[in-house]
Design a protein around this ligand. Structure first.
Ligand code: NAP
Length: 341
């Protein structure tokens, strides 16, 4: 499987690291032989149709420069679109930065890959949150696979649980804690009685929150994941603009204390039950969704199996790279099935 990797940050580097150290197992146990033929970052690309030396690629990137600094195969200032349209490959792994205003540059990377007949695996929520129905239609039209397990739950197989393990059942509602940063903040506020601003500052120092934390604390990150769940799991053709979204800035220690007196706590919950929304919500401390720290949890309410909850870490480089690997395997198996039919 020839792969073009767009974006060589935390996720991209963890993925190539995984390819390097798991090669034997992926080939022997799963029949997947990934060959990374191009890597692109903001400074340009490294391209070798015979497969790049991933150890060398990691060393170059860790020096802090662009991957295009590779003396043998580097091409400075070559754009991802140019790389996708001029390099032969089966799959594009899109792991560039998220943008929820217009989805770019990821949206164009994905569309260009589809039009070039390439399958796409992405960890980038932005394009999906803004254009999920259009992207899945375009993938279908071009007869290519589109996978995005790492966009919800990091390495925790939230989408696969609903799509594969509960296949045949009908999911009637979904609710979940879909953002680790806000869950960390609410947990600290509730358990240690520290006010919002102080916890946010310590979360930033610990690397749990970004310097600009608005994507997390205003609920946008969770809302992107709700859109993906609603479309992929519950077949609702919605985008980010269809959601009511409220973040956690307004949650006070007094609110949490009042909830505690009722045996409850407040969590940032994404809900799809009729309408889709994200809002701070009072839930019972005994609800399986009531997880602490940076954990994520999602409950699927299904017609026959009842309520099923999955809990796990919602982000992280190795975790998210493992979701990309699962998606690549899924594409590999689907392609093998196609050959048999
Ligand atoms: N990290 C996680 O735990 C996690 C979990 C789930 C989902 N995600 C999503 O996965 C994606 C990648 O995350 P990350 O943590 O790896 O981000 P990151 O470390 O910031 O890396 C982003 C990469 O994208 C490249 N890039 C950005 N704009 C580009 C452009 N116009 N052309 C070419 N390359 C471009 C950057 O290039 P430079 O290296 O030159 O800056 C960098 O290599 C994001 O969409 C993120 O939201 C991340």
């Amino acid at each position: 499987m020839r792969i073009i990797l767009v974006g060589y940050g935390v996720v991209g580097q963890n993925l190539t690291n995984m390819f390097l150290h798991r090669r034997q197992e992926t080939v022997k146990d799963y029949g997947l032989n990934p060959k990374v033929v191009a890597i692109v970052d903001k400074g340009g690309a490294a391209i070798n149709p015979k497969g790049l030396d991933l150890e060398k690629m990691l060393t170059i990137k860790k020096r802090g420069s662009t991957i295009a600094a590779d003396k043998e195969f580097g091409v400075r200032d070559m754009s991802p679109l140019k790389v996708i349209t001029s390099t032969e490959a089966e799959v594009v792994v899109e792991a560039s930065s998220t943008n929820v205003k217009n989805g770019e540059p990821g949206l164009s990377h994905i569309k260009t890959a589809f039009k070039a007949g390439m399958h796409v695996v992405t960890t980038n929520k932005g394009p999906l949150a803004l254009a999920f129905p259009a992207l899945t239609d375009l993938a279908e039209y071009n007869k290519v696979f589109f996978r995005f397990s790492g966009t919800v739950g990091g390495g925790t197989p939230v989408l696969e649980l609903a799509k594969k393990c509960l296949a045949g059942d009908r999911i009637t509602a979904t609710r979940g804690i879909l953002n680790g940063t806000t869950n960390y903040i609410l947990t600290e506020m509730s358990e240690k009685h520290v006010p919002f601003d102080e916890v946010l500052e310590s979360a930033q120092k610990l690397g749990y929150a970004e310097t600009d934390p608005s994507m997390d604390i205003d609920g946008t990150d969770a809302a992107c994941k709700v859109v993906i769940l609603a479309n992929w799991i519950m077949n609702k053709k919605i985008t980010l603009k269809d959601l009511d979204v409220k973040g956690i800035r307004g949650v006070t220690l007094a609110d949490l204390e009042k909830a505690a007196m009722r045996g409850n706590t407040i969590k940032l919950i994404g809900t799809i039950n009729g309408k889709a929304r994200v809002a701070p919500t009072e839930i019972s401390r005994s609800d399986p969704l009531c997880v602490s720290g940076v954990l994520n949890a999602v409950t699927f309410v299904s017609e026959f199996a009842g309520e099923v909850t999955i809990i796990g870490r919602g982000a992280g480089g190795p975790e998210t790279a493992s979701a990309v690997l699962r998606d690549l395997l899924d594409i590999r198996y689907n392609l093998a099935d196609k050959l048999l039919t």
